[in-house]
Design a protein around this ligand. Sequence first.
Ligand SMILES: NC(=O)c1ccc[n+]([C@@H]2O[C@H](COP(=O)([O-])OP(=O)(O)OC[C@H]3O[C@@H](n4cnc5c(N)ncnc54)[C@H](O)[C@@H]3O)[C@@H](O)[C@H]2O)c1
Length: 315
Amino acid sequence: MSPAAVRQVACIGAGVIGGGWIAHFLARGYQVAAWDPAPDAEQKLRRLVDAAWPALRELGLADNASVDNLTVRPTLEAAVADAEFVQESAPEDLELKQDLLARIDAATPPGVVISSSTSGFGMTEMQARCATPHRLVVGHPFNPPYLIPLVEVVGGKQTDHSVVRWTSEFFEAAGKSVITMDREVPGFIANRLQEAIWREALHMVANGEATPAQIDASITEGPGLRWPLLGPCLTFHLAGGEGGMAHMLDHFGPSLKSPWTRLQAPELTDDLRDRMVQGCADAAEGRSVAELVAERDRAVIAVMRAIENVRQGKV
Ligand SMILES: NC(=O)c1ccc[n+]([C@@H]2O[C@H](COP(=O)([O-])OP(=O)(O)OC[C@H]3O[C@@H](n4cnc5c(N)ncnc54)[C@H](O)[C@@H]3O)[C@@H](O)[C@H]2O)c1
């Protein structure tokens, strides 16, 4: 089946993330079958979907989108019986996921892709007990999946390459922004970056170096305002002025060895320097440093105004 032709999705586990996926799929016009073993799961799920719906309506619903396209089924097997794609969002427990994915694999029609929302386990570990592991893949979302576009897609050692490609195309057709990874790394890309900041924040609080309020303000009043437009690489590309990333690395390279973080810095080899400089040139997509600066400034002003409007209750 082509990724864009999928209409029937099954969601296994319907808590914060499973419920968020369900709201997203419903808003995009899919039929959704859900299963969750908790006795009060259906009530909670319908509350979550109802609470998300106004934001989804504001963003624009698909023509055939409706909360009535959700059915909660009594068993896992019933939920996946007619699925054309399965998203698993059960608790982050390796043993539980290994058993659950093997059960899902056994019950899902052949050829249908099964994706896991795991925050950090590798699919290589999770697919260990599956009879047809080649169709299992990680599709890692961000909370709430109905608003945050990113999903990181990566297979395990036994996952077929074509399944990884199909899943990325499916998520794109379902309105997500997809990063397809060739290699498994714990935490994928975004959680490794978030975790580095999070650990440093906890170290600073534990050592009495900064309060949680100071840490939050250092991001929301500082670099966080640039991040909606530019990630950490293009942000530092601009920190190099007209010389861009090359000047930035040559100028601040020695600071990598300063005790600014509890993480050990990598060696700034010529190869790493070249990859960063070339990578930033690629990411800039032909825009000069001056053009990027002008775009960043407009974006920071727009983000600051948007935040102010929310704080004043105007939106
Ligand atoms: N919360 C986040 O910000 C976030 C972000 C990205 C990914 N994730 C991942 O999503 C997954 C779900 O996390 P969550 O935050 O929604 O947790 P949650 O506790 O809100 O929801 C988990 C749901 O799974 C159900 N469940 C329990 N045992 C089950 C089983 N055997 N089979 C099926 N369902 C079962 C529970 O009843 C619950 O409704 C985890 O793998 C987590 O790492 C979470």
